[in-house]
Design a protein around this ligand. Sequence first.
Ligand code: WT7
Length: 649
Amino acid sequence: MTDSNHGDIFNDDHVKPFMPPDEFKNNSQVNDDSLYREAQKDRYAFWNRMADGLDWIQKWDKLIDDGTSPYFKWFINGKLNVSANCLDRHVENGLGNKKALVFEGEQGDSVEFTYTELLKEVCKFSNVLKNLGVNKGDAVTIWMPMVPEAIIAMLACTRIGAIHSVVFGGFSPEALKDRILDSKSKILVTADGAFRRGKTIPMLDSAREELEKCPSIEKVIIIERTGTPYNKKDNRDLLYSELIAEVGENFAPVAMDAEDPLFILYSSGTTGKPKGILHTTGGYLVGVNATFRYVFDHREDDIFWCTADVGWITGHSYIVYGPLSNGTTTFIYEGTPDYPARDRFWELIEKYKITVFYTAPTAIRSFMRWGSHIPAGRDLSSLRLLGSVGEPINPEAWLWYHEHIGKGRCPIVDTWWQTETGMIMITPLPGVTPLKPGSATKPFPGIDADVVDDRGNSTEPGQRGFLVIKSPWPAMLRTLFEDQERYEVTYWKQYPGIYFTGDGAWKDKDGYFWIMGRVDDVLNVSGHRIGTMEVESALVDHPSVAEAAVIGKVHEIKGHAITAFVTLKEGVEGNDELVKELKSHVGKRIGAIARPEDIFFTYELPKTRSGKIMRRLLRDIAEKRELGDVTTLMDPQVVASIKDKYGEK
Ligand code: WT7
């Protein structure tokens, strides 16, 4: 932990809460404190009731096994299938003709699937996977643009009981390779290319070399999205369109144990190697099903749009599993908000009559900068509820979102959670909770969150501390894939028996949580998690680089901008050319989201006498602050020299 600012006192006396509008409150799933009271009385009875709402093939004998902390098990001996809960049961309940998935492509093309149609597509792809030898427990990697086939592939995996590992389509082929090697996937589902702002970006062809280094991959299934040329590899590469033309339209869902793995999702941590966060079947589905229903106030005629990519946890939980397990219509869009014009999102809301819209603060800040006249040109009257996720939302952005998108009518749910938590953890219930702009408000019913000091004692109102979760919850990660030690050290060592989130926070006198961001060496760039060490390792593996330190500099739109301080090998000259080369090198190693915004060359990095890099000082320099404590520095000259250089910029 790098934080030392204890004792700070915060207050929110200036904040005037926004009450749920009557019209919203009167029609909402919950409009009183009944869920909170129920969960407070008996957290486990509450989760038991939530789980009862799903279809189980065999009911659990015991709700939770917490005797082996931190390896918790939920719904012991329960059997269910996730795709059957997301598809079959709605068809059986008469929702077969309801739209399940609505897609719009960047080019304006559109496809819709009813629940019956989506079930059919998922069954077909399950047959394809099965015919290729995929069985329960096998890993399948999905590296795709935002197209319906990505979701069909995920659901097909769950139908068979295969473990999916979705890799964000914007990650580089090298990052893809690392994740394939770690998960030992047999199959890769990918595309010829992706559309990006009117251009096409090759996918499969760009990954050709890296895939040669992945011995576990037996077959590559290709969705031809863009017509981008690629060399088809005999005996390995197969076309999605041809495969599904040859198979049957039925596939019986496999009964999975509640604790069977459902998916792995890689996320950055404090080392160079991403963590394979493992979620299991029953608890995850119960968690995302219940949170979706109450946080987004599920209504039968909703058209729900979460703007995340399916490659992130937000996409897994609130594009796919939360909405579909509730029988909602989930909308996805392939492109970016600014192409072909900056009103693209508002055009889509108008066209599809989106009712609930869930996006990230970084996007909201961009919209704000582009100007409120842009959304004003579109009819947004279908909207009734807005959401925010990924980083703390600054009150200014919250108020803009409330006024210019929600027109003062729509509550905003600011939802705090993580890849690890699987489900939303701290959030308003929109028909119940008075909102304070900038606060994620209160723990969801059944969630035992707190802010504690170094010793694990609850902090006083206004006192900064660390955000922890004190009791298990159903959608919690179960471990890190093949790395139990890292699982224990990262989350459970700080406070034995208590889950450590890695976030700083404080609570106000009303018990509202105010999240202050990461306290470890993890950056939040446009709502995405990037480890400083990950970028540092990418830099250091360039032949010219001796050492690198990466920090997040506060950035108006992105939250953090990646700034790197680099020392070069003897005889290498640090010039603009090299800056460019290093940026693209990081892009190649990890992906465009990890490219440093700025790179500075320095003859040495500031280190303690024991050799630990003092990133705190680099942050002070980058943000042009008074330097903090420098007494532990090995070579005080270094800081002066970096400061000089930085000042030149
Ligand atoms: C980290 C998790 C699961 C959401 C997508 C990011 C930050 C997330 C909020 C919020 C303040 C937030 C935290 C958290 N974060 N939502 N509403 N308010 N901070 O998932 O990549 O696993 O990152 O995002 O720092 O630890 P992730």
